[in-house]
Design a protein around this ligand. Structure first.
Ligand SMILES: Cc1cc2nc3c(=O)[nH]c(=O)nc-3n(C[C@H](O)[C@H](O)[C@H](O)COP(=O)(O)O)c2cc1C
Length: 257
């Protein structure tokens, strides 16, 4: 494989969930935030924002929502949000009523576009952090309580939380987690038919065995479940409390359109 420092950074990335109790300096913060802003933005809508959480009480709230104590100990913590609020205000200044049907930034296509933008920005920040010797963990867990996040961060109409990102100096060295064989995830020209030679599950047994040898530092006394078992477990988890339509509607989005 070709290599350089960017590729090394990306290939060595692993989630870090224990941080040294050391603040991140202002220059680094500025660098990470500027890098995030340089991510691509669909139609240049720039329809995301991020809340930098410095107040320990607010960090603690996020940890409570996520049921993950380490969130509260993150030296640097962000929540990335879909943000059509800013664009609604800008459009309003140009004579478009955001509450009317003429304002289309509240519909589902723009919502997913903004979510993509937010994730790309977060990922750029994450990669930059690793390249500077920091570690990160992405936090979907805060979405256990979407109304709670919205309320705590005072998220206005036409905004919606996407993900958190905890950053700090690593205080652990987790092993790299295995990834599935490339041919299970990259296909040529079309999705392979189930049962064909190129069936995506052909290499599954080997991958299951490899994953089952991995130790997650959160549960260091036993190896993690095989990939198939993890998928079976998660496929049975009730996520009905996280439904999008109603919570997004409460923020002004009309995702049925
Ligand atoms: C969208 C997203 C949400 C995630 N949410 C959490 C989370 O809430 N808590 C956590 O500890 N890890 C979270 N992770 C990290 C994943 O568990 C991790 O990336 C995955 O197990 C692979 O391990 P690695 O990052 O060490 O390679 C999240 C990752 C992604 C992409």
């Amino acid at each position: 494989m070709a290599t350089n420092s960017t590729i090394e950074t990306l290939l060595n990335r692993r989630s870090i969930r224990k941080f040294k109790d050391e603040a991140i300096d202002a220059d680094t913060v500025a660098t990470l935030e500027t890098v995030a802003q340089h991510a691509a933005s669909s139609q240049f809508l720039n329809d995301w924002s991020a809340i930098r959480i410095t107040d320990p009480a607010v960090k603690a709230k996020m940890a409570e929502f996520g049921h993950q104590a380490y969130i509260a100990t993150a030296p640097l913590l962000y929540v990335f949000v879909i943000d059509e609020h800013r664009n609604a205000r800008i459009a309003e200044r140009k004579g478009i009523d955001p509450d009317s049907d003429a304002f289309h930034l509240k519909y589902s296509y723009r919502f997913t576009q903004a979510q993509n933008d937010a994730v790309l920005a977060l990922h750029a920040m994450e990669t930059a952090a690793y390249s500077l010797g920091l570690g990160c963990v992405i936090l979907g867990s805060i979405l256990n309580d979407i109304p709670g996040v919205i309320d705590t961060l005072k998220l206005p109409k036409y905004t919606y939380p996407v993900l958190g990102l905890a950053i700090g100096k690593p205080d652990q060295e987790p092993a790299l987690k295995p990834r599935m064989p490339r041919e299970m995830q990259f296909f040529e020209n079309a999705y392979p038919a189930d049962g064909a030679d190129t069936d995506t599950l052909t290499a599954l047994d080997d991958f299951d065995a490899e994953v089952h040898q991995y130790y997650d530092l959160r549960q260091a006394d036993r190896p993690v479940d095989a990939f198939s078992d993890q998928i079976a477990t998660v496929s049975g988890q009730d996520v009905s409390g996280k439904t999008l339509l109603d919570k997004a509607a409460a923020q002004g989005f009309e995702l049925d359109k």
